[in-house]
Design a binder for this molecule. Structure first.
Ligand SMILES: Cc1cc2nc3c(=O)[nH]c(=O)nc-3n(C[C@H](O)[C@H](O)[C@H](O)COP(=O)(O)O)c2cc1C
Length: 152
């Protein structure tokens, strides 16, 4: 069974953390598949912040991802306006394979404002879908390449 790392990253920070998580899991002998979510349209900073704040789920390009293939899930997103990015919310809304599965969450952030809120929003969605959030990680943008990944 594989581990799926599903994330959205606009400017590359969350991508770097996803990469590091993947390398660590592979070093432990796990089979890992990374899925980068892409939005269909580009939006302004303000547009992105407002869409995130009001949970307007951005349209994402289709992925070939089949959740049933994964034993463990890692979901990653930047914190936008104290919320997860719309692309990940869109994905989670359609994701059907989380029942009984272990889920780890990771976010990257700037100032840190609203990072706890963003994680809580994700936790609630995943728990509603029957997933078990077992680990959480929040990494500040300037530390993405350096910080030891300490899960909580
Ligand atoms: C639209 C927008 C809203 C943001 N809102 C927050 C916020 O509420 N709190 C915070 O700590 N950082 C905020 N940030 C900073 C990002 O969370 C941070 O730069 C993140 O690492 C970007 O990840 P990425 O490079 O994977 O896209 C925001 C950035 C953008 C573009």
């Amino acid at each position: 069974m594989k581990t799926g790392i599903i994330y959205f990253s606009l400017t590359g920070n969350t991508e770097k953390v996803a990469q590091r998580i993947g390398e660590k899991l592979e070093a432990e002998g796990k089979e890992v598949e990374k899925i980068a979510l892409c939005e269909e349209k580009n939006h302004s900073f303000l547009g992105n912040a407002l869409r995130a704040l009001f949970r307007i789920k951005g349209k994402i390009k289709e992925t070939t991802f089949n959740p049933k293939d994964y034993e463990t899930f890692f979901f990653g997103t930047p914190v936008w306006a104290g919320s997860p990015a719309p692309a990940l919310l869109n994905y989670l809304e359609r994701c059907q394979g989380l029942q009984g599965k272990e889920v780890c969450l990771f976010v990257t952030y700037g100032s840190g404002l609203g990072k706890g809120r963003a994680i809580r929003i994700l936790e609630r969605i995943i728990e509603k879908k029957g997933g078990r959030v077992t680990q959480k990680l929040a990494v500040q943008e300037k530390m993405v390449a350096k910080e030891t990944l300490v899960w909580k």
